[in-house]
Write a protein that binds this ligand. Structure first.
Ligand SMILES: [Zn+2]
Length: 196
């Protein structure tokens, strides 16, 4: 088992869409960032990478790279999930706390929970979505997310060590396998005795 923790914050700016947990919420302000500013998905991504000690979101998606300008944060999370899978783990559960003055998260919590669960390949019951207002913190113009995630090692069959294999691109593997299949002459299905 591995535990991971992630934290993120973004500032509210008027006139941009608000995305939290991969869900677009109706609000007059959105979260500014190099990407779509999805504070929750960024914290989840960092928690996943942290759990396997594989750096952080900036390691894979440096803000200096114009390629990620306005990027959908789902891309970031999916890369973290790929790293988790390569390391031989799957997500057991995740818990999160959002801290923001507005909008109210309650009415949207189930939708966010469902979307995050889908992205993490777990049941909604394995995703905690909690929200608080920033009492006394003076961060009314920001959204903050704290996330912890628990990973479990893939067990038994179906969990081959993937690290070495995945360095070869899949189309290349397919080509080699197809060539091998062509070269092997058809085997007799029954009998079992060696001919000749
Ligand atoms: Zn962020």
């Amino acid at each position: 088992m591995r535990i991971g923790y992630g934290w993120d914050s973004h500032e509210f700016h008027a006139g941009i869409p608000l995305k939290i947990g991969g869900v677009q919420l109706p609000h007059e302000k959105g979260l500014a960032g190099h990407s779509d500013g999805d504070v929750l998905l960024h914290a989840v991504t960092d928690a996943l990478l942290g759990a396997i000690a594989a750096g952080d979101i900036g390691t894979y998606f440096p803000p200096s790279d114009p390629k990620w300008k306005g990027a959908d944060s789902v891309t970031f999370l999916q890369e973290a999930m790929r790293q988790v899978s390569r390391a031989g783990y799957t997500v057991a559960n995740v818990d999160s706390t959002l801290i923001l003055a507005e909008p109210k998260i309650g009415p949207h919590a189930a939708k966010i929970q469902g979307r995050v669960a889908e992205l993490l390949k777990v049941e909604p019951a394995a995703v905690g979505i909690k929200a608080k207002t920033p009492e006394g913190m003076g961060t009314d113009n920001a959204a903050i997310a704290h996330v912890v995630v628990l990973l479990v090692k893939n067990s038994g069959k179906g969990s081959r060590p993937k690290r070495a294999v995945e360095t070869v691109p899949q189309p290349e593997i397919d080509r080699v396998v197809n060539d091998l299949i062509k070269e092997v002459p058809e085997q007799p299905k029954t009998g079992g005795k060696t001919r000749r």
